[in-house]
Write a new protein. Structure first.
Length: 128
């Protein structure tokens, strides 16, 4: 996860319409406080700690949202990444989750393609 996010020592808005992130894409600090523009810079080490903390919490909530579902490691990682990008609330109400719980894995994967837009931009395009 850290490798795919890059590093910003100060808070930034990663895409138009998004919330501030810091480090490797963290939107909150360990205590749950949201990242705000103007917060002080952090080190790479702190960014990695924030990412581990965020990832652990997201993974716990993600696992709890799929009682009895059987995913490959690739599917698990992909949908967990979705929760990091779009939030656990969007995951819980998504057709992807509903389809996974119904055992419709191919359709769940296809449904992921509906989530490629952020702030009106198609994030599947390299220029965005």
């Amino acid at each position: 996860m850290v490798a795919s996010e890059g590093f910003t020592p100060t808070p930034v808005i990663p895409t138009k319409g998004d919330v501030p992130t810091i480090g490797h894409g963290s939107t909150r600090y360990e205590d749950g406080t949201p990242v705000r523009l103007g917060d002080p810079a952090i080190t790479r080490q702190r960014a990695e700690a924030l990412a581990r903390n965020l990832h652990s919490e997201e993974e716990r909530r993600f696992k709890a949202s799929l009682p009895g579902a059987r995913l490959t490691q690739g599917e698990f990682d992909l949908y967990l990444d979705f929760t990091g990008q779009f939030g656990i609330g969007n995951w819980r109400t998504s057709s992807m989750r509903r389809l996974v719980l119904a055992g419709e894995y191919r359709q769940a994967c296809d449904a992921l393609l509906r989530w490629r837009r952020q702030g009106g931009r198609d994030c599947s395009l390299p220029q965005n």
